[in-house]
Design a protein around this ligand. Structure first.
Ligand SMILES: *[C@@H]1O[C@H](CO)[C@@H](O)[C@H](O)[C@H]1NC(C)=O
Ligand SMILES: *[C@@H]1O[C@H](CO)[C@@H](O)[C@H](O)[C@H]1NC(C)=O
Ligand SMILES: *[C@@H]1O[C@H](CO)[C@@H](O)[C@H](O)[C@H]1NC(C)=O
Ligand SMILES: *[C@@H]1O[C@H](CO)[C@@H](O)[C@H](O)[C@H]1NC(C)=O
Length: 269
């Protein structure tokens, strides 16, 4: 036997013994099952991969030619205002939270429940940079419908550090945490029944991080299964994001950058 097969043999024996210990010493309840599955999953993939944007490049001949609409599948308080400024500055019409006179989330929910297409029914914008209203998330619930309507749509997915994001959503809108806690975005998300964040979940940065992670994994899987979509992942805290997005979308770099007026980031300008 080669050294390698000997090693494999011992690892297999050790794993079986460990499994036997778990199975025999403790009653096999759901928690054990989850624990064993987790151990297997985390050995094979870096659990933190979902927290970092993959900075894939698109090929040069697609610069400025990515198909519309440009749809941000990211979370609220994660760069959507900067995207709105960016696309508007680049002469695209873009919707942010509101699609005309109503919330994009309400409009899309109605469209889908009437078997209509969610994008063209809600303004047919060139860009949709925030479709959710903090309680209902078309970017989570309606990926299939969006794909059916617009199989070549270009997706964006925004990333930022989880601590900063949690601080943002638990202090938005300004002062609500002291004057009207139920209005605070994180509390609204916790009350809502969102896929991946059922009612009652959303008590701390860990629960929000897990939700974010599962969303990122779902979006990446979806695009793998539907490769007609380009997926542009962006770290909104990266100082090169304007340059990168400018190149990909054929928009002046300077159209990004209002994000840097954020007082929390001003020290780095
Ligand atoms: C993308 O392109 C830039 C320069 O155009 C290069 O510095 C970077 O390494 C590339 N990224 C990847 C993931 O290939
Ligand atoms: C946005 O522009 C597209 C053309 O690119 C147009 O079809 C659509 O009606 C416009 N939407 C709004 C709300 O102006
Ligand atoms: C999507 O892109 C493919 C390949 O470029 C093209 O053949 C197809 O017509 C496009 N579909 C739509 C709905 O634009
Ligand atoms: C939350 O949504 C899921 C899936 O749509 C549903 O099965 C469940 O009953 C809902 N829970 C509550 C508390 O509304």
């Amino acid at each position: 036997m080669s050294n390698r097969s000997i090693a494999v043999f011992f690892v297999a024996v050790a794993s079986l013994l460990a499994l036997k210990r778990v199975l025999l010493q403790q009653p096999m309840d759901n928690r054990d099952a989850v624990y064993i599955v987790d151990a297997v999953v985390t050995r094979h993939q870096d659990p933190s991969e979902c927290f970092h944007a993959k900075k894939h490049n698109i090929t040069k001949h697609r610069y400025g030619l990515l198909p519309k609409p440009f749809i941000n599948l990211g979370m609220p308080k994660m760069g959507s205002s900067s995207l709105q400024t960016f696309f508007t500055c680049g002469d695209y019409n873009s919707s942010h939270y509101e699609c005309g006179k109503e919330l994009c989330a309400d409009c899309m929910k109605r469209a889908v429940s009437n078997s209509n297409s969610p994008l063209s029914s809600c303004g047919g914008f060139d860009a949709f940079v925030q479709m959710d209203d903090g309680s209902f998330f078309p970017q989570i619930e309606y990926l299939n419908e969006i794909h059916e309507e617009s199989p070549n749509a270009t997706f964006l997915l925004t990333f930022r550090g989880m601590d900063g994001w949690y601080r943002s959503i638990s202090h938005w809108p300004p002062n609500a945490d002291t004057t009207n806690p139920p209005l605070v975005m994180s509390n609204r998300m916790k009350r809502a029944n969102i896929t991946g964040l059922p009612s009652g979940v959303g008590n701390n940065v860990n629960e929000f991080s897990q939700w974010f992670c599962s969303h990122v994994n779902n979006v990446r899987d979806f695009v793998k299964r539907h490769p007609s979509h380009a997926l542009i992942e962006i770290d909104i805290e990266d100082r090169n994001v304007g340059e990168r997005l400018g190149k990909f979308f054929g928009i002046r770099d300077a159209c990004w950058g209002h994000a840097n007026k954020n007082p929390g980031l001003s020290g780095r300008n």
